[in-house]
Design a protein around this ligand. Structure first.
Ligand SMILES: Cc1cc2nc3c(=O)[nH]c(=O)nc-3n(C[C@H](O)[C@H](O)[C@H](O)COP(=O)(O)OP(=O)(O)OC[C@H]3O[C@@H](n4cnc5c(N)ncnc54)[C@H](O)[C@@H]3O)c2cc1C
Length: 424
């Protein structure tokens, strides 16, 4: 991999997401060699993927080159590599560009879409976990309307304009809100010769409420906002199969749809060699102790979505969100430095800074530790927080200008089929 062997201990990080970047930033000015491997040369700001899928933002504005984030650090090395496995006996990782030894290994590979073993759903549905997937979804949504315009078969036309989102968490809710706004504000102008009132947006949620991880107040208000926007919410319903045309549920309900978006769950993106059953929990996450050490290892750590750090407050591990990932990355940086000085490591304590979701223009719900609020102010808070955590001044500016433009013009100009998506 053309990385020199120096007298500095080598800390090898797999994954340049929220956790990996936070850790690399902490370590890169220190007397250690930091090697970061990622299969993409950019960091993705996943919370805004739904805006790429719905033409609100260009993909470039929510991605940032990893090399640029960590430039000017002499002991930092980035390699574009897909890590295939870890050889724990040899302290080495095996990748598509070669093998590399480590002194300390940090797995920060995040998570991937969980289809709970349903291969047909996996094959036929759309996911929204990466930028290419979001672009596929954007293309498919727009292609559906182009096709709907051409067909004289009413049944087919309705299926093309019927969007089923499985999962009523923040991703499902935000996507449904954006689609509802497109239906109201953009489709009638873009397709005056198509009866776009027939377009339908459904959220299918297996639980008895949406935004299950948030307060009752937030969940109820989000439901009210969505219903006002014309979104159909089906609670206590589980999609059990989808063949590309019909979504079947565990009730009498079925949906004829050309687009089923699967936002019903994620699981840890485990690496071969560390994915044996003894390391993993139910959500396919790696069990770690309070110092982020993978069970059974002193020099192998896991942070972010892939890590399952259980506590009395979080028996199933910390929520798979950006804040725990960032905080774990920063804390592990400090702990590795302590370890190198033979100091005692400090246990990780999660500082819950709250959760939020937006439903659309002027509509968001925010749960902070002490305050819970919804509506316009919550929407401003949501925008501010997302701008603040975006990496890069240019990205912040571009997103801000886009939001202002979209707000004033009631528009989403990135509705482009750049790379046509063909369903398999
Ligand atoms: C659509 C969506 C919306 C979300 N909205 C919110 C939100 O509003 N608020 C919130 O707090 N959280 C949100 N999240 C969750 C949040 O994005 C994750 O919790 C967070 O990204 C986890 O950070 P991480 O560093 O663990 O993993 P990630 O950010 O996923 O990074 C993992 C990195 O590892 C790399 N990688 C994986 N496997 C390999 C491999 N084998 N070889 C090389 N590289 C590899 C990937 O390319 C990626 O860069 C959302 C997630 C999604 C998908």
């Amino acid at each position: 991999m053309n990385i020199p062997k120096t007298s500095h201990p080598r800390i090898l990080i797999i994954g340049g997401g929220f956790a990996g970047i936070a850790l690399a930033k902490k370590l890169s000015k220190q007397e250690v060699q930091v090697v970061l491997l990622d299969k993409n040369n950019y960091h993705t700001f996943q919370p805004l993927l739904y805006q790429v899928s719905t033409g609100g933002l260009e993909p470039d504005s929510i991605a940032y080159p990893i090399r640029k984030i960590l430039k000017n650090f002499p002991n930092f090395y980035f390699r574009l590599a897909n890590v295939q496995s870890v050889d724990v006996d040899k302290n080495a990782v095996i990748t598509d560009i070669g093998t590399l030894k480590f002194d300390y290994l940090v797995v920060a590979t995040g998570s991937k879409t969980n289809y709970f073993g349903n291969i047909e759903i996996e094959k036929n549905s759309m996911a929204m976990k990466t930028i290419p997937q979001s672009l596929n979804l954007r293309s498919l949504i727009l292609e559906n309307f182009e096709d709907a315009l051409l067909t004289s078969d009413l049944h087919e036309r309705n299926a093309l304009m019927n969007f089923v989102i499985v999962g009523g968490g923040p991703t499902g809710v935000e996507l449904a809100g954006a689609l509802a706004e497109i239906k109201k504000g953009i489709l009638p102008k873009d397709y005056p010769d198509l009866d776009t009132r027939m377009a339908q947006i459904h959220i299918v949620q297996s639980a008895d409420c949406i935004l299950k991880g948030m307060s009752k107040q937030a969940s109820e208000k989000a439901e009210e906002f969505l219903e006002k926007l014309g979104v159909n919410i089906w609670k206590n319903v589980r999609v059990t199969n989808y063949d590309g045309k019909t979504a079947v549920t565990n009730t009498d309900l079925t949906f004829e749809t050309a687009t089923l978006i699967w936002a019903a769950g994620v699981k840890g993106a485990a690496i071969h060699g560390l994915d044996a059953e003894q390391f993993m929990t139910r959500g396919h996450r790696m069990v770690v102790n309070e110092f982020s050490q993978v069970l059974g290892f002193k020099n192998i750590f896991a942070i972010g979505d892939i890590a399952c750090m259980q506590s009395a407050q979080f028996p199933e591990g910390l929520p798979m969100m950006a804040q725990p990932a960032i905080q774990q990355g920063e804390q592990l940086g400090n702990n590795i430095l302590r370890l190198l000085k033979n100091d005692v490591m400090r246990p990780f304590i999660y500082k819950d800074k709250g959760t939020m979701a937006t439903i659309g223009r002027n509509k968001a719900v925010v749960d902070l530790k002490r305050f819970k609020f919804q509506g316009v102010f919550a929407w401003y808070v949501w925008m501010f927080v997302h701008l603040f955590f975006l990496i890069g001044f240019r990205n912040r500016m571009v997103v801000f200008v886009n939001w202002v433009y979209n707000y004033v013009r009631f528009d989403r100009e990135a509705r482009l089929i750049i790379r046509p998506f063909k369903k398999r």
